[in-house]
Structure formats: structure tokens, C-alpha cells
Ligand binder design. Structure first.
Ligand code: CMC
Length: 458
């Protein structure tokens, strides 16, 4: 006879909504509260077989396909409807009207800055753009062909050694100055990485220029006393930075939060985000789009390439698909319009023709349509960056500059969230059971290692 259902072991949610679970192993029934459309994985622990070594039920979710790891008030995405909002403001309105630094303030503080707050913020950022001269020596040590993301990543991590007090992460003033320093110095470091690869002298920041103009000046200025950026390029870059500023719990932001949850300094946590962004499935996709277009080589090769993608034998169609957006990526829509404006200035070339043909064919092909694969933001950003003469391996660095305010806002939100602890997922162990040690090495090798051990002991 089946046992009578056990009484619920957890208090019901205040709303009263609960998930009734019957464990077929024991026929016991449990009630797990539902709050904000989620159950707490920890509430599953009470479900066990009664065996002494049963730690209780876990949820298994490789790649976090359906696990919320935090509560966040920063960015809202509805992937089915193609909605992206920062602190409630639609991305379309911010891209059209706001400045990047206004958005950076908004992401951190939750409200748009008033004039006084904005002026002070711009002033603080402007006057922290210089980096220590040792930093430039550090950069000079990289090889001429070092990838700029590798340089950016390690240099940002290196900033922790210049600001040891940044480890006082629960001091609001220390947090504030670290945030200002990262927003201010990352464009300078990025530009230095660019100049290093090109073998050009480093250009110091110009405090008379706006955030984006100053960055372009540090990248492109030669012998002229004052750099004048093309206003269309300046605006395009400002909009691209805004579009990249945050994207809730993506791979790099999750990396920043996870590393930051160990209470390390912000420079180290942010460098983890830069490392994650480097990957070709994340921010590195914009670089891969251009490499893919280069490999295709000619518009006439596009149908063959698409067939290879569909067969699974070739590479993926880079710049297509998204974990969250399943109707369209709202950022891609804005970037496409931006691309049209930039191409009016620089003209359409062979690579752009190939990209547009890829997009045209993929958008009407059942393989991509049935899997809800649409162009993502990275499909077009690389094309814009290239038309502005940025080298391909620099594209992800531009993404990193844009993502900085989001990483920082999410890092601080995580630190101040009383529910957060050091990130530490569970696992399902699949390795061997306990077994006795039996060396597979030959006797002389073992002898040598023993001698080395002895030497170490002395
Ligand atoms: N080209 C061809 N097939 C694809 C692609 C693609 N770009 N993306 C997904 N698929 C297929 C995939 O093979 C799978 O097919 P099937 O069901 O037959 O096995 C199906 O679509 C579902 O894909 P998935 O791998 O389960 O999707 P995911 O959510 O795990 O991956 C993604 C999302 C963005 C990593 C993936 O779409 C991808 O690799 N795209 C190319 C890289 C890219 O453009 N990344 C930039 C993302 S946007 C910027 C950012 O936030 O970083």
C-alpha cells in the first residue's frame, strides 16, 4: 500500500503559489513555494530517499539554460518579443537620445543623471583617463602581433597592482573610484593596445574631447595638434557602446559576478569578464563574422557556404542565433540602420555585399527560420568597425569598452545583494569509485621523483 503523502516541509510562498511534487521513489509529496515564477533549487534538498548518504535532490542545468542565479533590477530582456530595456528605458530610445556616459550612470544608479550629477561624472571620468607610466612599459613588453584582447585582459588585471586599496570593496568610496578608474582608463589602455600592434607612438588622452572623441583621438591621431573625428563615426561608436552597455546575465557578466563573489578586487573581476568576452561564441563573434566573410570570398560562394553550415560539416553562421532572442535581436535592428548610415559615407564593398547576401538567404531558409536563428548584434557591428578602419582583431575590444558599465553595475549589485554568497555550483560526480593507489610508472622514474621530492624538502 502506498504511504500517505507527507505534509509539506516548507512554508508556502506568501502568494500561496506552490509546486506540488510527488517523488515516485518514495511516493512522498512535497510543496515547494513559487515566488516570481521560480522555485528555489535549495527547496529541492528536502526531497530524498531516506538513505543515509542521500544529500537530497539537486537540479541539473548545464550552461544555466533555465536557472536564475540572481535578482537584478538593471536590465530587462524579453527574448520572444525582442525587448531590451536598461532600468526600464527601451534600448531604442537610449540609442537615439542618450550619451554613453549617461547610460553608464543610469545602469549603476538606476535613474538618469540630472545636469549636476552628469557634469561631475563626466569630469571625474575625464580626469582619470591617464594611466601610470609603468603601465605603458608593461604594454611595450607584448609581442608586436599580440591579440589586443589578450593585452587588454592582462593589463586590466594588472591595474589591481596599482590600486591595492581597491580590495576594500565594501567601502563605497573605494568602489566608486575603482568604477570611475575602469570606465576612464579602459579606452586609454585599449587605444594603447591598438597603437602597440601598429608600432605607433602612444597618444595621451585629450581632456577637451568627449569620451568617444578622445578614444578615437588616442587611436588615430598622428602629427595633427588636435584630432577631429568624423562626426558620423563618433555617433556610430557612441550608439554601439550604448547597445553593448549591458545584457543581463550573459557569459561575461556571469563571469564577473562569479569571480567577484569571491570578494576579489574589481579589476580582477572585470578582467574575468574580458576573458569570457574574448570567446568566439560571445563577444569574439564580431571578429569571426568578418573572418567568415573573408573565407567566403565572393557573393557567388554564399549558397555553397550556407549548405555547408546546414549540413553541420562547416562552421556555424557566425553572427546568427542567440540564447535569449528568438524573434529578433533589437540591438541588431538598430545596428543595421546605423550600418546603412555609415556605408553611405564609406560606400559598399565586396565584404558587405557578401554579408548582405548571407543575411538575405539565411532569413528565408527553413533551417534558420525553424530554429529561430536571426542576425544578432555581432553580425553587423564588425562590418561597421571595419568600415571605420579598425583591424578585425580589435572588434571585441570595442565591445569590451561598451560592456564596461554593465559589468560594473552588475558587480556592485551582486556585492550589495544580501542573498549572494560565493558562487559555487554543485556537480554530479561521474568518475570512478574509491580505489587504492597503484603506480603505473617504472621504478627509475619513481626514484627520480622521490629524489626531487627530497631536494625540495631540504
Ligand atoms: N549557425 C548555424 N546553426 C546554428 C547557429 C548558427 N549561428 N546557432 C545555432 N544553431 C543551431 C544549432 O546547431 C542547433 O541546431 P540543432 O537543433 O539541429 O542541434 C540549434 O540551432 C540551437 O542552437 P543552440 O546551440 O542550442 O543555441 P545556444 O542558445 O546554445 O547558442 C549561440 C547560442 C549564440 C552561442 C549560437 O547561436 C551560436 O553559436 N551563434 C554563432 C556565434 C555568435 O554569433 N555569437 C554571438 C552571440 S550575440 C552577442 C553576445 O551576446 O555575445
Amino acid at each position: 500500500m502506498a504511504e500517505a503523502p507527507a505534509k509539506p516541509k516548507t512554508a508556502p510562498a506568501t502568494s500561496g503559489a506552490a509546486l506540488e511534487i510527488t517523488d515516485s521513489r518514495t511516493t512522498k509529496t512535497y510543496s515547494v513555494p513559487i515566488t516570481d515564477g521560480a522555485i528555489r533549487a535549495n527547496d529541492l534538498k528536502q526531497i530524498n530517499t531516506g538513505a543515509a548518504d542521500d544529500p537530497g535532490l539537486m537540479s541539473y542545468d548545464p550552461a544555466f539554460l533555465n536557472t536564475a542565479a540572481c535578482r537584478s533590477a538593471i536590465t530587462y530582456i524579453d527574448g520572444d518579443k525582442g525587448i531590451l530595456r536598461y532600468r526600464g528605458y527601451p534600448i531604442e530610445q537610449l540609442a537615439e537620445n542618450a550619451t554613453f556616459l549617461e547610460v553608464a550612470w543610469l545602469l549603476r544608479h538606476g535613474e538618469l543623471p540630472n545636469q549636476g550629477e552628469y557634469d561631475q561624472f563626466v569630469h571625474d571620468i575625464t580626469y582619470h583617463t591617464y594611466v601610470h607610466e609603468n603601465m605603458r612599459k608593461f604594454l611595450e613588453g607584448f609581442r608586436y602581433d599580440a591579440h589586443p584582447m589578450a593585452m587588454l585582459n592582462s593589463t586590466v588585471a594588472g591595474l589591481a597592482s596599482f590600486y591595492p586599496s581597491s580590495r576594500n570593496i565594501f567601502d563605497p568610496e573605494e568602489r566608486n573610484i575603482s568604477i570611475i578608474r575602469l570606465l576612464a582608463k579602459v579606452p586609454t589602455i585599449a587605444a594603447f593596445c591598438y597603437r602597440h600592434v601598429k608600432g605607433l607612438p602612444f597618444i595621451y588622452p585629450d581632456n577637451d574631447l568627449s569620451y568617444v572623441e578622445n578614444f578615437l583621438s588616442m587611436v588615430a591621431r598622428m602629427s595633427e595638434s588636435k584630432y577631429k573625428a568624423n562626426p558620423i563615426f563618433t555617433r556610430a561608436l557612441e550608439v554601439l557602446f550604448i547597445l553593448h552597455a549591458d545584457h543581463e546575465q550573459n557569459c561575461s557578466t556571469s563571469a564577473v559576478r562569479a569571480v567577484g563573489s569571491s570578494h576579489v578586487d574589481p579589476f580582477s573581476a572585470i578582467s574575468a569578464g574580458i576573458a569570457a568576452l574574448f570567446g568566439p561564441l560571445h563577444g569574439g563573434a564580431n571578429e569571426q563574422v568578418l573572418r567568415m566573410v573573408g573565407d567566403i570570398g565572393d557573393v557567388k560562394n554564399v549558397p555553397k557556404f550556407i549548405e555547408e553550415v546546414k549540413s553541420g560539416k562547416g562552421q556555424k553562421l557566425m553572427g546568427f542565433g542567440h540564447r535569449v532572442y528568438k524573434s529578433y535581436d533589437p540591438r541588431a535592428k538598430i545596428v543595421k540602420n546605423l550600418a546603412d548610415e555609415v556605408f553611405k559615407v564609406v560606400g559598399v564593398d565586396k565584404d558587405l555585399e557578401i554579408a548582405l547576401e548571407l543575411e538575405r538567404i539565411a532569413l528565408q531558409d527553413d533551417y534558420f527560420v525553424s530554429r529561430k536563428l536571426y542576425p544578432n548584434v555581432d553580425f553587423y557591428t564588425g562590418l561597421i568597425y571595419r568600415s571605420m578602419s579598425f583591424p578585425t582583431d580589435f572588434f571585441t575590444v570595442l565591445f569590451a569598452i561598451g560592456r564596461m558599465p554593465g559589468w560594473l553595475a552588475q558587480w556592485e549589485e551582486m556585492l550589495l545583494d544580501k542573498e549572494q554568497k560565493i558562487a559555487r555550483p554543485r556537480q554530479i560526480y561521474t568518475g570512478p569509485a574509491e580505489r587504492p593507489y597503484k603506480s603505473a610508472l617504472s621504478a627509475p622514474s619513481r626514484g627520480k621523483s622521490t629524489k626531487q621530492k627530497d631536494a625540495l624538502r631540504q
